[in-house]
Design a protein around this ligand. Structure first.
Ligand code: ASP
Length: 452
């Protein structure tokens, strides 16, 4: 059995629905379908999820919202019309959407989550209606029904272990297609909570693990995952196969085709992931597999740069002799709910690299003041313009001289490299550069390894 998930662009309108249905019905193994909310039809279109966020915000602010609701309903009606679905079949969907403001929520975060979840929920219902109309035995199944329980915050939920034992008990027969809405689960108190943005990938992975799929097919709008970002490198090489670990390291620094959190359930369930293009399902796409028995085809699998990093640099003589020094700095960060990414250190220096999105100018000042006061370093700097380039490949493991091949093209281009970190995983090397050099660094490294 395969779980197939369609992204928002793959379900944006009637034609795309038609193509998705062709894909679903072309392979009898494709039995569990996960829907995203309708995405953008054109570059300047708005995703249904974003319309729902607007709707929620208007409700919270006590502003008029009917225009937004109509816009949302129109997206579903347009798809239904493409298949000549009788009008009355959409009535319950529109009714539910209109009733949302009268639901009770513990607070506005829950309200927002519940509104957002309806993009995928209504799309799954619509998909079920259309499949049935076309003569397929299809069943709409909700996270509530299967017990897809989540914890965490309402708009950034995490699946619970209990969800897997409940999924294990979920019964379905061989002839039916099950249509699940992606992106959300149900909290222990019974409220809707969504994963982080792009989180329908996560639902697909949870179902693939929980229902013991042999493969998780993730249909999106690119032919494959590429060895570098096509916006940075011209016609980069598609990656035919890579390991979970490689994908994790690459998505960490910016490969966004597949949600990084969605890898975890797939890894836990040992389910291979196949990222494919809805418009070209005949193409093999990218297969993401366990590392056991994996034979790398290249030394480097991918190279990617993330520009959203900043760093705190501290210098203090005899830092290595002081006990609890790092602990005290990390305590300051923890106090402000800021996590760190990397922490390369020397005998008298330490650099703490963080994701810039977690802090604003005020928080930076507060943290730096506290460090100065509590730690009293000889030098303290905030470096705002870091980029991290990850060079990732199972083929790099145990290979001598790779670091030279990475650094030489950077030196040729005159790109300074303030930080190098060969991670403990041995399949990745992290290069810190200034953000203005990041794209050039990616191109230089890419061309060194993928010249021909
Ligand atoms: N519709 C949600 C979003 O736009 C989730 C998803 O598409 O995976 O983030």
């Amino acid at each position: 059995m395969k779980v197939v998930k369609f992204g928002g662009s793959s379900l944006a309108d009637g034609e795309h629905f038609d193509q998705a249905i062709k894909i679903i019905t072309a392979d009898p193994q494709r039995r569990v379908i996960v829907t995203s909310a309708p995405g953008k039809r054109t570059a300047d279109d708005t995703k249904v999820t974003d319309l729902l966020i607007k709707y929620a915000q208007q409700v919270i602010a006590g502003q008029p919202f009917q225009k937004t609701v109509d816009q949302i309903i129109n997206r579903y009606t347009a798809i239904a019309d493409y298949f000549n679905v009788p009008q009355d079949q959409l009535v319950p969907l529109a009714k539910r959407l209109n009733e949302l403001p009268s639901w009770r929520f513990p607070n506005n975060n829950y309200l927002l989550a519940a509104f957002k979840a309806h993009g995928e929920r209504l799309n799954a219902q619509l998909m079920t209606i259309i499949l049935r109309q076309l003569g397929y035995e299809a069943r709409f199944v909700t996270p509530e029904q299967v017990g897809l329980r989540v914890t965490g915050t309402p708009n950034n939920a995490s699946v619970t272990p209990e969800a897997y034992s409940l999924l294990d008990r979920f019964a379905f027969n061989d002839s039916e297609l099950l249509v699940f809405p992606g992106f959300y689960g149900i909290t222990l108190a019974g409220h809707l909570a969504t994963f982080s943005r792009g989180g329908s990938d996560i639902t697909g992975a949870i179902l693939a693990r929980g229902l013991h799929a042999e493969c998780y097919e993730n249909f999106t709008d690119v032919d494959a995952i590429y060895a570098a970002n096509p916006a940075v490198v011209d016609h980069p090489q598609p990656i035919a196969k890579m390991t979970y670990r490689e994908m994790r390291e690459l998505s960490y620094a910016g490969f966004s085709v597949f949600h990084d959190e969605a890898l975890i359930p797939a890894i836990q369930g040992n389910v291979p992931i196949n990222v494919k293009n809805t418009q070209h399902p005949e193409k093999p796409g990218t297969l993401i597999v366990p590392d056991k028995d994996f034979q790398p085809a290249d030394i480097v699998t991918g190279v990617v740069s993330g520009k959203h990093f900043a760093a705190i640099y501290l210098h203090k003589y005899l830092l290595n002799k002081e006990t609890g020094f790092t602990l005290r700095i990390l305590n300051i960060l923890a106090r402000h709910n800021v996590s760190y990414e990397h922490m390369p250190s020397g005998i008298d220096d330490i650099t703490i690299i963080l994701d810039k999105n977690q802090v604003d100018d005020q928080l930076v000042d507060t943290i730096c003041n506290e460090i100065q006061e509590e730690i009293n370093p000889d030098q303290l700097e905030w470096i705002d313009n870091y980029a991290i380039t990850m060079v990732v490949g199972e083929g790099m493991r145990n290979r001598i001289g790779v670091i030279n091949d990475i650094l030489a093209p950077l030196a040729d281009q005159g790109i300074p490299v303030p930080i190098i970190n060969q991670g403990a995983s041995r399949i990745s090397i992290m290069i810190g550069t200034y953000d203005r050099d990041a794209d050039n660094a990616v191109r230089a490294i890419y061309h060194r390894f993928f010249a021909n």
